[in-house]
Ligand binder design. Structure first.
Ligand code: B12
Length: 306
């Protein structure tokens, strides 16, 4: 598989001709897929079909199609810079690109995994987690390790922003979720990933970011009335009982809504026993859980598991 060299800003709409060229298929096939309802096309005032980029990405992933001219979708694919990386796992390649300052390639690798049909849960639990775990070992041997950690996180965040733009906007009746890193938790990626995973599962997801005080989460709950709240713990809180009491307050504010707690630091937390509180170990598990919760809550579910 190839990696993205440079990502340009995607045009929000594509003509059938442009999308057909991006996929290396005939324009008539593409129009047929639109007529069959497999691909949603909108019409301009003049009656011409136009396809949203997010809808094109959904269709490509669902149909298992290859993108032969990704630049037409607003991204540019290239082979990895060094031949030795070709046989390497995605996590290995991502790690090398992150530490060798090939940030654009690293970011692009994450995006192209998504375009190739991998679920965000798998991408985050697999290659991204693996690469960052290896980056996290560097500080023990080299003082530049911490700077590399910051740069690696920034690169991954940018990739996640790009992925988020590829996800179709949620329908008006989508279930709402919100969450963040628990108070004092500085880690940015896990909560951003949780929001992305939930958005991909059809939820309207609001990421409150790292180090979110309990009261701020409760204020957001009152504002949005979410069906689900996630709390990420990358480090074990210094005062686990206080943290558990904070979770209790969040769960109480949520009433019937579901509170999901995850992250490396959550494992040792004494969680309050509540039927609406769940410890979840991975992003893939969160994706599966989100699809189940959305489907069981009545009304329109966010979609079948992939
Ligand atoms: C980036 C990083 C930092 C950055 C954070 C930047 C930022 N603002 O985000 C900075 C430089 C600030 C930092 C600081 C420190 N760090 Co640091 N850091 C990391 C690093 C390299 C990556 C963390 C990360 O984002 N990983 C990606 C996430 C997505 O993966 P994950 O955390 O494993 O999460 C997965 C699951 O747990 C789950 N999950 C996580 N949250 C949630 C939430 C929900 C709801 C669900 C369902 C699932 C879920 O899904 C994720 C994907 O699979 C890790 C290495 C590692 N192994 O992760 C070290 C690491 C966590 N840091 C470590 C340490 C020691 C520190 C410092 C003490 C010193 C230092 N190295 O600089 C400080 C302490 C900071 C503090 N105040 O707490 C250690 C922790 C060791 C330990 N046993 O606790 C690690 C493991 C590095 C190491 N090998 O020594 N760090």
């Amino acid at each position: 598989m190839s990696t993205l060299k440079r990502a340009k800003r995607a045009t929000p709409y594509l003509s059938p001709r442009t999308l057909a060229a991006a996929l290396g298929v005939s324009e008539s096939s593409l129009k047929r897929w639109a007529d069959e309802g497999r691909l949603t096309a909108e019409r301009t005032a003049g009656g011409h079909r136009r396809i949203r980029v997010a809808e094109a990405v959904r269709f490509i992933r669902r149909a298992g199609l290859s993108v032969v001219k990704p630049e037409l979708l607003g991204v540019e694919l290239s082979e990895p810079s060094t031949g030795g990386e070709r046989g390497a796992s995605a996590g290995e390649r991502l790690y090398i690109a992150l530490v060798e300052d090939r940030w654009s390639e690293a970011r692009s690798l994450i995006v192209s995994l998504y375009l190739d049909g991998s679920g965000p849960g798998w991408i985050f639990d697999g290659p991204v987690r693996e690469a960052l775990a290896r980056v996290g070992e560097l500080w023990k041997h080299d003082p530049s390790g911490i700077f590399l950690e910051h740069r690696a996180v920034d690169t991954c965040l940018r990739a996640l922003q790009e992925l988020r733009q590829m996800i179709p906007p949620p329908p008006a009746d989508a279930p709402v979720a919100l969450g963040g890193g628990f108070a004092d938790d500085v880690y940015l990626l896990p909560s951003t990933m949780a929001a992305m995973v939930l958005a991909d599962a059809g939820w309207e997801a609001w990421n409150l970011g790292a180090d979110t005080p309990v009261e701020a989460t409760i204020a957001a709950i009152r504002h949005y009335r979410p069906r689900m709240v996630w709390q990420s713990f990358s480090a074990t809180p210094r005062h686990p009982r206080e943290a558990a009491a904070g979770l209790e307050r969040i769960a109480a504010a949520l009433e019937q809504g579901t509170l999901v707690v995850g992250g490396r630091g959550a494992d040792s937390l004494p969680l309050p026993a509540r039927p609406t509180l769940h410890r979840i170990g991975s992003m893939a598990e969160l994706a599966a859980f989100a699809r189940g919760v959305g489907l069981s809550g009545g009304g329109r579910g966010p979609g079948a598991p992939r």
